[in-house]
Design a protein around this ligand. Structure first.
Ligand code: GTP
Ligand code: MG
Length: 133
């Protein structure tokens, strides 16, 4: 099924100059980048985006990190795009992610894990609305 997914290269990914590499992986896979924008996510938006994690021990660090500099925001579309991007990104914990995934290849910590992607059709719709509408 052709579907859309929200993808965000987090500030650590931008700072480490991984934007080109990550875009390249998405394109190489055959997915379409419908929208792309580099922008610093304001605190209010970061909190809305991550509201399900409010109160968890890592929440404050997560919000601080996401608002610490520009992120690259994308709407990506293609065949089973949610599953495809999820496989490319890998496990939340970079040391549990498979070699060849973005998180295994470039990250060491769960807070600084380079990239976010919507994990379901429902969160994709919600996040595309939140960041682009
Ligand atoms: P996202 O694509 O960013 O949503 O990652 P995810 O779906 O793999 O993980 P989840 O939605 O559970 O958590 C959102 C973000 O919170 C993760 O990407 C991490 O940056 C952070 N996070 C989640 N769990 C932990 C944790 O146990 N420790 C720390 N330090 N950060 C966490
Ligand atoms: Mg998630």
């Amino acid at each position: 099924m052709k579907e859309k997914v929200f993808v965000m290269i987090k500030p650590d990914g931008v700072r480490r100059k991984l934007v080109g590499n990550i875009i390249s992986r998405i394109e190489r896979k055959g997915l379409d980048i419908n929208r792309i924008e580099m922008r610093k996510v304001p605190e209010e938006l970061a909190k809305k985006h991550y509201e399900e994690h409010m109160g968890k021990p890592f929440y404050d660090d997560l919000i601080e990190h996401i608002t610490s500099g520009p992120s690259v925001l994308m709407e990506v579309e293609g065949q089973d795009a949610i599953e495809a991007v999820s496989a490319m990104v890998g496990n939340t914990d970079p040391n549990k992610a498979l070699p060849g995934t973005i998180r295994f290849d470039y990250a060491q910590s769960k807070t600084y894990n380079i990239i976010h992607r919507s994990d379901s059709h429902q969160s994709a719709e919600r996040e595309i609305m939140l960041f682009f509408k």
